[in-house]
Design a protein around this ligand. Structure first.
Ligand code: TXA
Ligand code: MG
Length: 329
């Protein structure tokens, strides 16, 4: 637990000050359309090192570099494969992260020594204004401690990282609520390395068949796709429907998809989307988990959602949160 508090600035008024903190090698947490990012100057190895320290993130887990504008990619990266350029053109700004060759200007610590770099342009005006004002690419993982729930509000960042971050830009709750989809489109057929806010169906519609390889076994391709990740402090279990889990009388919390449970003895209930809208459910997922985590229940039971569109990414995150608590012994 960190003590102290970071400087909290509004996303409208605080851009210039936050940008100067970034230029000076400091850490700035800022909203994107997916989750809050913990940003540092991506050209500055010492600043990037502070990200790993603040998050207590293992050095083998590479960072995503954020750009203000899609046009900035060609200035940074010498060779952009046609399929990568096509996806950037189609989906940036937006919740899609693409894999490219690491440019010499980006120090190896940012990519954990990989010769490739993950890059995206966030679809959030204040984020793009911040990056543009800083005048440098911004390396930013999600602004949480490694392995814990992702932050979708400034309050989550302050509670999780405290004074380990210099400035938090508060832009309110994030719109998508779930991390970007990571795609390696350098080869013959694009490979989805992490399911995320941009649905697989949208990718397929744009570029044809893709391979989904969330890397959940063996050596992680995208280490954020470690089987156990995104976990609340409370043990979490995933079920098909709430009925099948109701009834043992413990102080349990329920993360329901659309319906408030008719029966069952729940100490706390969060309903993601009464209308059954998966986009709304994704936007509320981590916030609801943060709240259930704070209620002091002894177990969180989470309902699986329909495995389509962004629902696939929701189920992926629930599965990884559960894996933290149910890994063979
Ligand atoms: O929506 C998002 O992507 C958010 C916002 C802040 O942009 N960022 C985010 O960062 O989720 P993070 O660090 O929590 O997850 C980044 C993922 C990790 O799983 C990492 O292993 C993977 O990206 N990654 C980074 N560079 C990579 C590379 N060169 N090859 C494969 N995976 C990479
Ligand atoms: Mg993360």
């Amino acid at each position: 637990m960190s003590t102290g508090t970071p400087r909290l600035l509004s996303a409208e008024g605080g851009i210039a000050e936050a940008a100067s903190v970034l230029r000076a090698g400091g850490l700035v947490a800022f909203p994107t359309e997916t989750v809050y990012g913990l940003g540092a100057n991506a050209l500055d190895a010492r600043a990037a090192a502070r990200i790993f320290e603040a998050k207590q993130r293992p050095s083998f887990d590479p960072l995503i570099t954020h750009l203000a504008d899609a046009a900035d990619l060609t200035g940074l990266v010498r060779r952009v494969p046609a399929a990568v350029a096509a996806l950037a053109e189609r989906f940036w700004p937006g919740p899609l992260t693409l894999i490219v060759d690491r440019p010499a200007a980006i120090p190896p610590i940012v990519t954990s020594g990989l010769e490739t770099m993950a890059v995206r342009v966030p679809d959030e005006p204040s984020a793009r204004a911040l990056i543009a004002a800083a005048g440098v690419p911004v390396a930013a993982p999600s602004a949480n401690r490694f392995g814990q729930l992702s932050p979708t509000r400034a309050e989550h960042v302050v509670a999780g990282l405290g004074a380990a971050v210099d400035v938090v830009l508060d832009g309110g709750p994030t719109r998508c609520g779930i991390e970007s989809t990571i795609v390696d489109a350098r080869g013959e057929r694009p490979v989805v390395l992490r399911l995320g806010a941009l649905p697989v169906e949208a990718l397929v519609e744009a570029v044809g068949p893709v391979t989904v390889r969330p890397g959940s076994s063996g050596q992680p391709v995208a280490p954020g796709t470690l089987a156990a990740h995104y976990a609340p402090r409370t043990p979490l279990r995933v079920v098909g429907a709430a009925e099948s889990a109701a009834g043992d009388g413990g102080r349990r919390g329920l993360l329901a998809f659309r319906e408030f449970p008719a029966g069952g003895d729940w100490a706390a209930v969060e309903v993601l989307s009464p209308a059954g809208d998966l986009t709304v459910a994704a936007a509320r997922l981590f916030d609801a988990l943060h709240r259930l985590d704070a209620t002091g229940v002894t177990e969180i039971v989470a309902e699986r959602v329909p495995d389509t569109g962004v629902g696939r990414a929701i189920n992926d995150r629930l599965g990884r949160a559960a894996a933290t608590w149910h890994q063979g012994g």
